[in-house]
Design a protein around this ligand. Structure first.
Ligand code: COA
Length: 388
């Protein structure tokens, strides 16, 4: 395999935005092209991750439209869909193209615009990624399944409601310093625990919002990176793992562990030749607060049932041994589903390059990991980047 590098990135603000889907994707993509100094180069491919632009925005054939809008025709265009992990899966396709030698320069864009439809419609569209036979026909939603998981985890490991609230409190504290985050306001344990119930025991502040936004990165081969003189400011992709689980949660082995995370992270660690203790900073898929806890345990950052100890003792804060979701996570950065995976990779890349937003920079990180879920606890992609 040829080595693969991230050499530039761009991102729009996440939130409830007036710009169209295409405009958002274009803004992020242009940002990545400018940042990577590749405007004069010929892109071989554009890979777009988007969960459901057809239903959220009434738009199909996204990669073709974008290639045209960006003026990078005749590069090949592909849209990738794996639910809310579509962005990371698009990145994985881009990685494979460069590592196989099929492409020298690939643009990866993640985008979603979820706020043009009413909340009920958005919820219906999101719920289609779950099992109809076992879940959605009974009214199941992602939040309802996350609530089941939270209840079971509380029962098994004695997690309390107020302890769980520490996860969104950290997310909002970090998000308050991230100028592109959907929510830039701090919150408190009391406010999280007492906000309106979405699916008991989860409240409004345990849930990521529905958001609009886009993020993009440019991937390149070693030869291109050297020609551009960008080796020192790039990040090498050293591990990628991707795994599914049984579609319906009731068919899985455990409620408090996502086997797709275990499989995907192990594959990524094997490829990178490192283990969880090597991670300095990570962006985990905290679509619901309980997932940050479970993800840490499945990846091996914390022992089973012990993630809360790390969070309670501030060990996952900026400055701790492993900084978890320093840019606010899905909870505060926002979660325009198809954009999230690319935004996570962008934030990890900026951390390694030393360009994270002010007050959110981890001290000289070497290794960054991103973890992106598609479906409820399913179709999970783990990506590991290293500073060269
Ligand atoms: N966290 C904190 N505040 C939130 C919020 C969230 N997740 N979602 C909305 N708010 C705020 C809004 O900014 C708004 O504040 P304002 O009145 O000051 O403007 C207020 O709460 C009400 O917003 P609204 O959009 O009416 O909330 P809602 O009740 O319709 O929706 C959720 C809230 C949590 C149900 C919705 O965001 C949701 O479904 N999230 C989960 C999305 C999901 O499943 N994603 C896929 C996961 S893989």
């Amino acid at each position: 395999m040829e080595p693969v590098y991230v050499i530039g990135s761009g991102m729009t603000k996440f939130g409830v935005l007036k710009e169209s889907l295409i405009k958002l994707a274009e803004e992020a993509a242009v940002g990545a092209i400018v940042d990577s100094q590749t405007a004069e180069l010929r892109f071989d491919r554009i890979i777009v991750g988007s969960q459901n632009p057809d239903e959220f925005s009434g738009i199909g054939h996204l990669s073709t439209m974008l290639a045209d809008r960006l003026g990078i025709v005749p590069c090949g265009g592909t849209r990738v869909e794996t639910g809310p992990s579509s962005g990371s899966s698009a990145f994985e396709v881009g990685f494979s193209l460069i590592s196989s030698g099929l492409s020298d320069v690939t643009l990866v864009v993640g985008v979603e615009k979820m706020c043009d439809v009413e909340r009920g419609t958005a919820s219906k569209i999101l719920s289609r990624m779950m099992s109809y036979q076992c879940e959605t026909r009974y009214g199941g939603t992602p939040a309802a399944l996350a609530a089941l998981v939270a209840r079971r985890y509380m029962h098994d490991y004695g997690l309390t409601r107020d302890e769980l609230s520490l996860v969104p409190v950290k997310a909002h504290r970090n998000g308050s310093k991230n100028p592109l985050a959907h929510f830039q306001k701090e919150t408190t344990v009391e406010k999280v625990s007492n906000s309106k119930v979405v699916a008991s025991p989860l409240t409004l502040f345990d849930c990521s919002p529905t958001s609009d936004g886009s993020a993009a990165v440019v991937l390149a081969s070693r030869q291109v990176v050297q020609e551009l003189g960008l080796l020192d400011s790039s990040a090498q992709v050293i591990g990628i793992g991707h795994a599914t689980d049984y579609h319906a949660v009731q068919h899985r082995l455990s409620l408090t562990s996502l086997n797709a995370t275990v499989e995907a992270s192990q594959a990524a660690f094997d490829m990178a030749g490192i283990g969880p203790t090597a991670i300095d900073v990570c962006e985990l898929h905290d679509a619901f607060s309980i997932l940050e806890i479970i993800n840490m345990e499945d990846i091996g950052i914390a022992d089973r049932g012990k993630a809360m100890d790390l969070i309670r003792n501030g060990l996952t804060e900026l400055g701790g041994p492993v900084s978890v979701n320093p840019t606010g996570g899905l909870k505060a950065r926002g979660h325009p589903t198809g954009a999230t995976g690319v935004a996570q990779i962008r934030d990890a890349f900026l951390q390694l390059r030393g360009d994270a937003p002010q007050d959110l920079q981890v001290d000289e990180p070497e290794i960054a990991l991103t973890h992106n879920i598609g479906g409820f606890g399913n179709n999970i992609v783990v990506t590991i980047l290293r500073r060269p």
